[in-house]
Design a protein around this ligand. Structure first.
Ligand SMILES: [Zn+2]
Ligand SMILES: [Zn+2]
Length: 333
């Protein structure tokens, strides 16, 4: 099957068809999203080699252990946990020490015609939302993760630093919950996508004078932590969303003196993200800047790398291709 792979350089090539372990589902990729993490991987993040990509919506082709999934439109959680270790059995599946991660760690990703995930990772996509919504489920879930970590009410003063894809999704998630938010970015075009009732937008040139209870740092940049610390009030909270390759120099004294909470934040609840899109409180589609067929995957990644670009999507092959039985075995399924 065709796949966009990274082994020091990004190459579109044919890879062997995926094989199913017990409990696995074979999924045809309908649409995939290019994320900042994918770009970081092509700069060396995690040392990952293999098929890229972890944001997708697809259709289940084959699932011997749970055939009720076959033919359903799905999104999938990206962490493949062992299910039996102490972390897995105490509610920390996403932190399983031996986990693999779709397109990030020891498991081929979704920038391919097909992918494999355990059926337990799948979530059905409600009919009310399009593929263009659903492909945002993974990053939108990551945005909703902050509600599980930080007590947020309409009385909390929140600012989001970063007007990239994830920053804007965090603003959308806050807006969906009726929480007033200040969105701080560098690009008026992008900030305009989330402007509206309950959202104040400002560029880094005209920073607000006040300090905030909660700062969400979602710039994807190494330098933004200092700005976050400058904007948070004493005993406030800084939520870190950026995964950058490399290290950040951090003066720790202000953290101690101001008693700042630093909260790392990663994967979030898919069901919450799907529900927010299904009921219309979040519509991420304005973030789509371009779409390319998988066959032009290299160009798509190059486009996504251009400064100022928001979401670039990769289209899987048309249904008429992957519905042919010869692609996935000779049992006619
Ligand atoms: Zn991502
Ligand atoms: Zn485990």
């Amino acid at each position: 099957v065709r796949a966009l792979t990274f082994d020091g350089t990004v190459v579109l090539r044919d890879v062997p068809p995926p094989t199913l372990a017990p409990g696995d589902a074979l999924v045809a990729v309908r649409l995939a999203g290019i994320c900042g993490t994918d770009l970081e991987i092509t700069r060396g993040y995690k040392g990952y080699r293999g098929t890229l990509g972890h944001e997708f919506v697809g259709e289940v082709l084959h699932c011997p252990s749970a055939p009720q999934w076959e033919g359903r439109r799905v999104v999938g959680e990206i962490n493949l946990s062992c299910g039996t270790c102490e972390r897995c059995t105490t509610g920390l599946r996403n932190h399983c020490a031996t986990r693999r991660v779709l397109g990030i760690l020891d498991h081929p990703g979704c920038f391919a015609e097909q992918l494999v995930l355990p059926a337990t990772n799948l979530h059905a996509v409600p009919d009310a939302i399009t593929d263009e919504h659903a492909v945002f489920t993974e990053p939108l879930a990551a945005a909703f993760r902050i509600f599980e970590q930080v007590p947020l009410t309409t009385a909390v003063h929140v600012a989001v630093i970063g007007d990239g894809k994830l920053g804007l999704l965090v603003v959308m998630a806050l807006r969906a919950r009726g929480i007033p938010v200040t969105a701080i970015g560098r690009h008026p075009r992008k900030l305009a996508l989330v402007a509206g009732p309950g959202v104040r937008t400002t560029t880094t040139d005209t920073l607000p004078p006040e300090r905030f209870d909660v700062i969400v740092e979602a710039t994807g940049s190494r330098d933004a932590l200092a700005l976050a610390l400058a904007l948070v009030r004493p005993r406030g909270t800084v939520v870190l969303k950026s995964t950058v390759h490399g290290t950040v120099e951090l003066p720790t004294a202000p953290l101690v003196v101001d008693e700042i909470h630093l909260v790392g934040s990663r994967c979030g609840p898919f069901d919450v993200a799907l529900a927010a899109m299904a009921d219309g409180t979040v519509d991420p589609r304005p973030l789509i800047d371009a779409r390319y067929p998988l066959a032009q995957g290299e160009e798509a990644l190059a486009h996504a790398r251009r400064p100022g670009t928001l979401k670039v999507l990769l289209e899987g092959p048309p249904e008429s291709c992957w519905r042919r039985e010869d692609i996935y075995g000779d049992d006619g399924r």
